[in-house]
Design a binder for this molecule. Structure first.
Ligand code: ADP
Length: 363
């Protein structure tokens, strides 16, 4: 069992900077967990503490049941994939793959067997005698992965491994990583600032901000039930719309009002929003839950401000009274023009409501 457990882990850089705050996180055996958040939120520091490349200021880290706080990286039985691949440039691919095993004095015949197997999985067969400079970025990344796999460690740690690749290759490597996971299931922690990478790769996604975990859940959980406004705005593209609304009770029905917009509060939020009648809250609306199709009972109306044609869909910025709203999944064949008046229908059972000051989900 290669579970990784972080208990109340903190990292201070000097006295002034508290980079990681009271992190509690359990990564189950063979689970793939992605740490995601904006630059500086503490995700790499967290990963580096698991790896042993950074001391922890307080707390405990266990890997496979063993407390590793004071163990050097080489004794933690983990393998790390970095953004810059960290391959030995003067060595062939074969020797790069063999390096870790030779250090452990594994017999050459056994090394060859492991490398042949991994080369098959990663499609590296033809490249064994080349040096890293003779490989493309994607191929180098594959060698870096291969080097981790041959060591058969308890866990893989990935530090933004796809960031240096161009967009197309990144998508391709993402698929390869997914395929690899089914072939070589291993406990993994993957750090990225890219929410698409997090959503597509993670069994669970851990969203961080200012050194704190904001939410930890499956990709669908963090998307459909964001714990706070930060998570709601960070996960999902285009980003969720936020609008200040006043909650009013009208004939026993709760309604949310903003300038130019009036809609029913979803049934599931009626109880939680009852104390908010005649007060303001922040309402979150996903762009895909707004439609501009004509309706008998539109929630509001506005004017098209910006049109972004993506081929498969159109993204619109719609100006309502004094505020704007992003609308996605608009028919790309529609003959819309800037300035057109549009009515707005909103799937109201998908709305989220956040506390206006704390910004946490009202529940
Ligand atoms: P992320 O990976 O989310 O971009 P990091 O974990 O690298 O963030 O950094 C978290 C915070 O700690 C940042 O504010 C960063 O400036 C700070 N930090 C990281 N490494 C050091 C260091 N060696 N000394 C001082 N501050 C650091």
């Amino acid at each position: 069992m290669s579970e990784i457990v972080l208990s109340q882990v903190n990292k201070h850089y000097g006295t002034a900077h508290h980079a990681v705050k009271d992190v509690d996180l359990t990564i189950a055996d063979k689970e793939f967990v992605v740490l995601v958040g904006p630059s500086g939120c503490g995700k790499s520091t967290t990963l580096r503490m698991i790896a042993g490349l950074e001391d922890i200021s307080s707390g405990e880290i266990r890997i496979g049941g063993r407390v590793v706080n004071d163990l050097p990286p080489r004794d933690r039985d983990i393998a790390m994939v970095f953004q810059n691949y960290a391959l030995y440039l003067h060595m062939t691919v074969y020797d790069n793959l063999a390096f870790g095993l030779r250090n452990k004095k594994v017999p050459e015949a056994e090394i060859k067997k492991s490398i042949d197997q991994v080369a098959g999985i990663l499609g590296l067969g033809e490249m064994m005698q080349r040096r890293p400079r003779q490989l493309s970025g994607g191929q180098q990344q594959r060698v870096a992965l291969g080097r981790c796999i041959v060591r058969n460690p308890q866990a893989f740690l990935f530090d933004e491994p796809l960031s240096n690749l161009d967009a197309k290759l990144r998508t391709q490597m993402r698929l390869e990583l997914k395929r690899l996971r089914t072939q070589v299931p291993t406990t993994s922690v993957f750090v990225t600032h890219d929410q698409v990478e997090a959503m597509t790769l993670g069994d669970r996604v851990v969203v961080m901000k200012d050194g704190c975990i904001q939410q930890c859940g499956t990709p669908l959980e963090v998307y459909t039930e964001p714990a706070n406004k930060f998570v709601a705005g960070f996960i999902g593209a285009p980003a969720m719309n936020f609008v200040e609304v006043e909650i009013r009770a009208e004939d026993g029905v709760l309604m949310a009002h903003a300038p130019g917009l009036r809609l029913r509060v979803p049934e599931r939020c009626r109880q939680t929003l009852a104390p908010w009648v005649d007060r303001r809250v922040t309402m979150g609306i996903r762009p895909e839950h707004v439609s501009i199709k004509p309706s008998d009972d539109p929630a509001g109306s506005g004017h098209v401000e910006v049109i972004e044609q993506l081929g498969s869909e159109i993204l619109l910025q719609v100006r309502v009274e004094g505020w704007s709203l992003t609308v996605s999944r608009v028919d790309p064949q529609g003959h819309l023009q800037t300035g057109d008046a549009v009515s707005l229908s909103i799937v109201s059972d998908q709305l989220s409501f956040f506390h206006p000051e704390t910004e946490w989900l009202i529940k």
